[in-house]
Ligand binder design. Structure first.
Ligand code: PXP
Length: 248
């Protein structure tokens, strides 16, 4: 069985669009709440929750993580960059696992995998700090042999393969097959190195058909498509309730 980690960053993105500068006003009524969404995802069968605290705090805030942890029932996979202050922060939050991701302030979301080879010593130090604290690490990398070898070499027990190129190619049958083959090769190579292989980014309700063929992937981390569907599928109830609120 392939496990599902639900990423709730986009709930925080929506909250920040309205309340970024006034989080403590409105009598504490600030919505939507990423922690509450995470608990609902757990109720619905999520195997784990992923949150990405970015250096610029553009969506998830540290308080969201702490609030979620107070009543969590699965496990938290915390995504952070390799910046020393983010590694310190992640250590202090004691998540069940950490996924190390690249961060570029201009990108809309995490656009490419981490280039471990260019940051080998920083990556090694970060992985060691987490492993010493009993927190397994995952390196978010492209399905590239050199990055997989580097992940194993620096002692990271897990990797997360970036599925963004595959997701973007899904509606083109030829590219889709090539990207899927690349991911399969990466998955098999990673497993042969003794790594636990997770995957994620850009998976939606169409391309999940292809993603599931990567059947040795331990867990997929999926966010945007799940949060998007919850908005469209919850809209009818939301409109009906507000109309009733105005008239009943
Ligand atoms: N995995 C990692 C490391 C990510 O950075 C993201 C995006 O924040 C995801 C998975 C989930 O991607 P998506 O929101 O496209 O499902």
């Amino acid at each position: 069985m392939i496990l599902l980690g639900v990423n709730v960053d986009h709930v925080a993105t929506l909250r920040q669009a309205r309340y970024r500068d006034e989080p403590n006003t409105h009598g504490g009524f600030v919505e939507p709440d990423p922690a509450k969404s995470a608990w609902l995802a757990e109720d619905a069968g999520a195997d784990g929750i992923t949150m990405h605290v970015r250096e610029d705090r553009r969506h998830v805030q540290v308080e969201d993580v702490i609030r979620y942890q107070e009543k969590m029932r699965t496990r938290l996979n915390l995504e952070v960059s390799l910046a020393p202050q983010m590694v310190e922060l992640a250590l202090s939050l004691k998540p069940e696992s950490v996924c190390l991701v690249p961060e570029n302030r201009k990108e809309v979301t995490t656009e490419g995998g981490l280039d471990i080879l260019s940051h080998i010593e920083r990556s090694r130090d970060a992985v060691k700090a987490f492993i010493d604290a009993g927190i397994p690490t995952s390196m978010f990398i492209d399905p590239d042999e050199k990055q997989l070898e580097a992940s194993a070499e620096i002692g990271s027990p897990w990797v997360e393969l970036h599925t963004g190129s595959f997701a973007r190619s899904w509606y083109d049958a030829t590219r889709r097959a090539t990207e899927l083959a690349t991911l399969r090769k990466g998955m098999e190579f990673g497993i042969s190195l003794g790594l636990r292989v997770n995957a994620g980014h850009g998976i939606n309700y169409d391309n999940v058909e292809g993603a599931k063929q990567l059947d040795q992937v331990y867990e997929f981390n999926i966010g945007h498509s799940i949060i998007s569907r919850s908005i469209t599928h919850g809209l009818q109830e939301a409109v009906q309730k507000m109309r009733a609120g105005l008239n009943d």
